[in-house]
Design a binder for this molecule. Structure first.
Ligand code: F6P
Length: 552
């Protein structure tokens, strides 16, 4: 394999900065987090950063000042900052799709100028935001009524991946900001059970379907949307004239929207420079805006923008997304870590990690570099996690005493939501767990400490905690729309940094294509018993078994 890329620059693992990190890793092996704190008791206050409302403590990371310097040198050498500026500047950094990457324009203020091919995209962004605001207000006020004149009380978003996970996650996060008289449902799975369970208790006359699809060709979404239309018209006993009052579309593809039968005046547009997994703060957020209102939605956008500006302008030593990205490079590249856990200590963030899975794994789950050469370094980790206290009674055993290194982010809040009333009293217990876990993971419990508790010798190894498990703690005052925006932008830019260092295209997703094509090919084999050319013997036998079980 060539040691250089097409541009003549060295491949990542041939760079002197990479070798320096490898050597440094050798030198650090055997150093425990306990040693790092012994050597530098101020670490707990020194290794902290602030961005907006987010206080970030990275003192329990397996790093020293030297590690951080070396990682930043790697970032400089791999031109992370140049690529960042190119992204913000509207250049076509999504090389395999030849597209600009401008989700940051979705939250830019009206006064900003961001050009793609010489055209300022900001006025278009704000025009759509305005259209969304007017529509959301009409639904929330009851002015927009359904075909029979009834007020809309149910919103069903039909979309998948980036057209589902963002609003579905954010609706959970911001429930206490939502109009509680509205019912929101999110349908994504092509399994008919998803739509069935979502509409079975709804009055069609009070239901609005939002069909969310960037391409408007995604088979799952179009199938569910078609079924939803049949359900609605059947329930109402109406013809196609009822569709206009009950269906709107969020898409970049006006032609396909019209073909489906949705009036394009009821379409909320976005653009090909918004990747699906980066689209939640575009028109794709319409269901959320209806739930929480335009003001809260805009406050969330302001939170995104705050972190965008921080990422764009903060010096490397204080740049939080840069730090988070580089920590991932450190563990993947030099500790062979395969996974990354995101553990929110907030019930409201229960779907946050699922959202991050698409953001991170669809972006950085790549094994060729931007020039198409296979990479010989680790790229995106397996991202996983659920709310922390539940995890403690499920998989934390592996984090504490298993054989794998799983760096983790702990996310928590100082204040419970006022709405919890007397239940807010449980918050200190929740947060006691939050703080206790990162301490236990970092410092563990030595055999001597276990013995001092009078534990019989044969049980000492079982009750010993090795510790030395790296975590980042992200603490904010309260979970607000702005804080949600800040958190998402933080992770978006962390993913960006890693993709830049690894020299991969974080903005394409060719890896999902093969399955899609094969599914289309396999379907006639299931339904008609068609002899599908190219089916491998295992799949052929499984298809035959399926048909037998279905009595076909
Ligand atoms: O299959 C993957 C994907 O293309 C995602 O990237 C995207 O978020 C999702 O499908 C949905 O796509 P669309 O919004 O075009 O329906």
């Amino acid at each position: 394999m060539s040691e250089r890329n097409a541009q003549g620059t060295p491949r990542l693992d041939q760079r002197p900065e990479w070798h320096a990190l490898a050597k440094h890793r050798e030198e650090l092996s055997g150093t425990h987090l306990r040693d790092l704190f012994d050597r530098d008791p101020d670490r707990g206050s020194r290794y902290t950063l602030q961005v907006g409302d987010l206080h970030l403590d990275y003192s329990k990371q397996l790093v020293t000042d030297e590690t951080l310097d070396l990682l930043r040198e790697l970032a400089t050498a791999t031109k992370v900052f140049e690529l960042r500026d190119a992204m913000f500047g509207g250049e076509r950094i999504n090389v395999t799709e030849n597209r600009a990457v401008l989700h940051t324009a979705l939250r830019a203020p009206q006064s900003a100028t961001i050009s793609v091919d010489g055209q300022n995209v900001v006025p278009g962004v704000h025009a759509v935001l305005y259209k969304m605001t007017v529509f959301a207000d009409r639904i929330r006020s009851g002015e927009w009524t359904g075909h029979t004149g009834k007020r809309i009380r149910n919103i069903v978003n039909i979309g998948i991946g980036g057209s589902d996970l963002g609003p579905a996650m954010a609706y959970e996060v911001l429930r206490s900001y939502a109009d509680r008289d509205l019912t929101l449902r999110f349908v994504s799975n092509v399994d008919g059970a998803d739509l069935h369970e979502s509409v079975r208790d709804l009055d069609a006359a009070e239901t609005l379907f939002i069909i969310a699809s960037k391409t408007f060709t995604t088979i799952e979404t179009i199938t569910n949307a078609t079924s939803a239309r049949q359900w609605l018209l059947g329930e109402l006993g109406a013809g196609d004239e009822a569709v206009a009052k009950h269906f709107v579309a969020l898409s970049t593809n006006a032609e396909k929207v019209a073909e489906f039968g949705i009036d394009t005046t009821n379409m909320f547009e976005f653009w090909d420079w918004v990747g699906g997994r980066y689209s939640f703060d575009s028109a794709i957020g319409l269901s959320l805006m209806i739930a929480i209102g335009a003001e809260s939605f805009r406050s969330m956008l302001a939170g995104f923008h705050l972190v965008d500006e921080h990422f764009r302008t903060a010096p490397p030593e204080r740049n939080v997304p840069l730090l988070l990205g580089l920590l991932g490079v450190w563990y993947g590249g030099f500790h062979d870590a395969q996974a990354h856990a995101v553990l929110p200590y907030s019930h409201y963030l229960s779907r946050f990690t699922a959202y991050l899975q698409q953001l991170d794994m669809e972006s950085n789950g790549k094994s060729v570099d931007r020039d198409g050469n296979p990479v010989s370094w680790q790229t995106g980790p397996v991202v996983w996690g659920t709310p922390g206290t539940n995890g403690q009674h499920a998989y934390y055993q592996l984090l504490h005493q298993g054989t794998k290194l799983v760096p983790a982010d702990f996310i928590g809040f100082a204040r419970p939501l006022a709405e919890l009333g007397p239940l807010a009293g449980q918050h200190d217990l929740l947060m006691a767990n939050f703080f206790a876990q990162t301490q236990a993971l970092a410092f563990g419990k030595t055999p001597d400490e276990v013995r001092a508790e009078g534990v019989p010798e044969e049980l000492v190894p079982h009750k010993t905690f090795r510790g030395n498990h790296p975590t980042t703690t992200i603490l904010a005052n309260e979970l607000t729309p702005s804080v949600l925006g800040q958190l998402i932008a933080l992770y978006e830019h962390k993913v960006f940094v890693q993709g830049a260092v690894w020299n991969i295209d974080s903005f394409d997703q060719w890896g999902v294509e093969l399955g899609k094509v094969l599914a289309k090919r396999v379907e006639p084999a299931l339904t008609e018993g068609a002899d599908v050319p190219g089916l491998d013997p295992s799949t052929k036998a499984l298809v035959a078994k399926y048909r037998e079980l279905r009595g076909r």
